[in-house]
Design a protein around this ligand. Structure first.
Ligand code: NAP
Ligand code: ZN
Ligand code: ZN
Length: 350
């Protein structure tokens, strides 16, 4: 099926309308009508080849929410009409220890990204800025009733990327958790850490978004542009999750960790991050990283969000505003996720 999409033609050109071909559903595939696709900062890093050369034309989008429109003969998990989501990957080897443990994002042979990868069929994968996608049912999650589809879309990347480390490092009652950066990932971190019962602090560049941060569930809010912040908060946190898309001076942030505290990096800036190991030896601190989450945990996160009434705070946009939205994300002018309404993609004659 030929479907409408928006693609980056190269690293330096704006995204523009195009079409992509989606395969006919195989026995284990579900065909999904995408209703909403979130704009993740990773889409921008990739579209602009900031993480190395991307494959063009590139249709980004790995925060996909929609409805099943067809199922293959052997599909057991889904039926036509089900509300579903697809995140950052659409396949993996299914055999390695990571895949067997449900940590497909760490597949030893490499997960197959929702875009900028090559699928099992040898064709380039193309993402969610598009009206339809066909995905093996194993890599599709159910979006529970009670979460609006537009607000659910960002959970498929931003939501799981914060839920997974917060669970892994036991965010909960009695834990002092800081989230650096109140953007798409950060605002979900605040909501989820608060729902898990942790004491949550936002570390943002300024106090401009303080009212929002406190409303989303933060107990405290500090500006990192104020040098007093680093004096006041010295040694105060058990867990810090850094969601910032740009390079930060980590020395200052390590100083905020308590004994045995961990700073988890989920932001993926373009350039390497220098670390002074003295900052880690002092207070027996850990510096860790985390990447999205497996399919089972993504489903757990969606169910958790439904149970706690959590969705993303979104601004729904028409497809012709994608390029403008990219500029606003880069300028940290987003509250807190742009979501594309795919009904605004140009119609395609079938
Ligand atoms: P985003 O919406 O742009 O949020 C990033 C936030 O970082 C901004 O809102 C801003 O918060 C802060 N920030 C931006 N530039 C800054 C600077 N120069 N100095 C200090 N703070 C700055 O981006 P996102 O979609 O949440 O993604 C964040 C990063 O995570 C990206 O690098 C993305 O590629 C990566 N990512 C990683 C994973 C993973 O699995 N590990 C998954 C998804 C995304 P304030 O205005 O509050 O300061
Ligand atoms: Zn993402
Ligand atoms: Zn594997």
């Amino acid at each position: 099926m030929i479907v409408s999409a928006y693609a980056a033609p190269s690293a330096t050109e704006p995204l523009a309308p195009t079409t992509v071909e989606r395969r006919d559903p195989g026995p284990h595939d579900v065909q999904i009508h995408i209703e909403y696709a979130g704009i993740c900062h990773s889409d921008i890093h990739t579209a602009r080849s900031e993480w190395g050369p991307a494959r063009y034309p590139l249709v980004p989008g790995h925060e996909i929410a929609g409805v099943v429109t067809a199922v293959g003969a052997d599909v057991t998990k889904f039926e036509v009409g089900d509300r579903v989501g697809v995140g950052c990957f659409v396949d993996s080897c299914r055999e390695c220890a990571a895949c067997r443990a449900g940590e497909e994002q760490y597949c030893e042979r490499g997960m197959i990204g929702t875009y900028n990868a090559v699928g099992r069929d040898g064709e380039p994968t193309q993402g969610g800025y598009s009206t339809h996608i066909v995905v093996d049912e194993k890599y599709v999650c159910r979006i529970p009733e009670g979460i609006d589809l537009a607000e659910a879309a960002p959970l498929l990347c931003a939501g799981i990327t914060l839920y997974s480390p917060l669970k892994h490092w036991n965010a909960g009652p009695g834990k002092r958790v800081a989230i650096i950066g109140l953007g798409g990932l950060g605002h979900m971190g605040v909501k989820i850490a608060h729902a898990l019962g942790a004491e949550v602090t936002v570390l943002s560049q300024s106090l401009k978004k303080m009212e929002d941060g406190l409303r989303l569930g933060a107990d405290h809010y500090y500006a990192t542009s104020d040098p007093d912040t680093f004096k006041t908060l010295r040694g105060k946190f058990d867990l810090i999750v850094n969601t910032v898309s740009a390079n930060l001076d980590m020395h200052q942030y390590f100083s905020l960790l308590a004994i045995d505290g961990t700073l988890v990096e989920v932001g993926l800036p373009e350039h390497p991050v220098p670390v002074n190991v003295f900052d880690l030896c002092r207070n027996r601190r850990s510096f860790a990283g985390s990447m999205i989450g497996g399919i089972a945990q993504t489903q757990e996160m969606l169910d958790f969000c439904a149970e706690h009434g959590l969705g993303a705070e979104i601004e729904v946009i028409a497809a012709d505003r994608i390029n403008e939205a990219y500029e606003r994300v880069i300028a940290s002018d987003v509250r807190y996720r742009f979501v594309i309404d795919t009904a605004t993609l140009p119609a395609v004659a079938q």
